[in-house]
Design a protein around this ligand. Structure first.
Ligand code: NCD
Length: 310
């Protein structure tokens, strides 16, 4: 049986480092955080979180800060896209060793893959990976799973489609790994040039049923969860390649006429043009609820890592 003590001082670098039982434990803890998120708590009074964001972010950084404040702790940090020219691991290692003196836990977002793992090697306080290049975004996957459980009661048995940029989108990498712990059918829908990374496919293929397609219309009627992503413009090495796939998927009312009544649509946000605004008021839309779910999921993680729950 999993217990809280396993999470003490633990780093969250990759979702692959967590078993299904551990993930379920985090999701249950997130559920227990719902009333505390509303009432506030002093569970983490005196604890300090530092956010180190070397890439632009609004929601992830605010979400961690909000989670920390709701538990009675405090947050410091920076978000400075201008420093993304930091190309050498050395600088990051120094930053981490300085900032760890200021805080009890660090949340790091960095354009380089492997950055969070490197930081964790140098830091003596726990590190949470809030996005490491195109590689992973494990806390987003946890809040995505939490949303599925909350909306659908269980993850087992779901037909889930990940749509859009499966190559450069880090959220879909973490989410695929996470879902492979459950009995789901996974549809990977993307243009040929943005297919799911081979390393992710190789890891998840043997564990669940995976179907790759380019046309979303072909599978829309089978889906329980439609997870839409932004084409990650900033990660394309060649702007001409981006131009070819820009706007390739558009979720609108016309597409949704064939969908199950209880299909839910998720998106890590920010959205550009991949979900038409007309979808926002349909019973399918859950992407704004996901934002709240992110707060309780991160409250659960902070409480578990900083040893505030039993
Ligand atoms: C995502 C990210 O940063 O990877 N945003 C987020 O954290 N909610 C998705 C994106 O930028 O498209």
């Amino acid at each position: 049986m999993v217990c809280a003590v396993e999470f003490r001082s633990r780093d969250i670098i990759s979702i692959k480092d967590f078993t299904r039982q551990e993930i379920d434990y985090i999701l249950e803890t997130a559920k227990a955080m719902e009333p505390l998120a509303k009432s506030g708590s002093d569970m983490l009074r005196g604890k300090l979180l530092a956010t180190l964001f070397f890439e632009p972010s609004t929601r992830t950084m605010l979400s961690f800060e909000s989670a920390m404040h709701r538990l009675g702790g405090s947050a410091i940090g920076f978000s400075e896209p201008g420093v993304s020219s930091v190309k050498k691991g050395e600088n990051l290692a120094d930053t981490v060793r300085v900032v760890e003196s200021y805080a009890d836990i660090l949340v790091l977002r960095h354009p380089l893959e492997g950055a969070a793992r490197l930081a964790a090697e140098f830091a003596s306080v726990p590190i949470i990976n809030a996005g490491s290049g195109a590689e992973e975004h494990p806390t987003q996957a946890l809040l995505d799973l939490y949303t599925m459980v909350k909306e659908k009661d269980a993850i087992d048995g779901l037909n889930v489609a990940l749509v859009g940029d499966l190559r450069y989108g880090r959220t879909v990498h973490s989410l695929s790994y996470a879902l492979s712990n459950y009995k789901v059918r996974l549809f990977l829908i993307s243009p040929e040039s943005l297919r799911m990374r081979r390393e992710v496919l190789e890891t998840v293929k043997g564990k669940m049923k995976v179907v790759e397609k380019t046309a979303l219309e072909e599978v829309i009627s089978e889906l329980d969860v439609l997870y839409v992503t932004r084409i990650q413009k900033e990660r394309f090495p060649d702007p001409a390649e981006y131009a070819k796939v820009k706007g390739v998927y558009k979720i609108d009312l016309n597409l949704l006429k064939d969908a199950k009544k209880d299909l839910i649509i998720l998106h890590p946000l920010p959205r550009v043009d991949e979900i038409a605004p007309e979808v926002d008021t349909t019973p399918h839309a859950r992407y704004f609820q996901q934002v709240w779910n992110g707060i309780v999921t991160r409250m659960a993680l902070l409480a578990l890592i900083l040893e505030a729950t039993e």
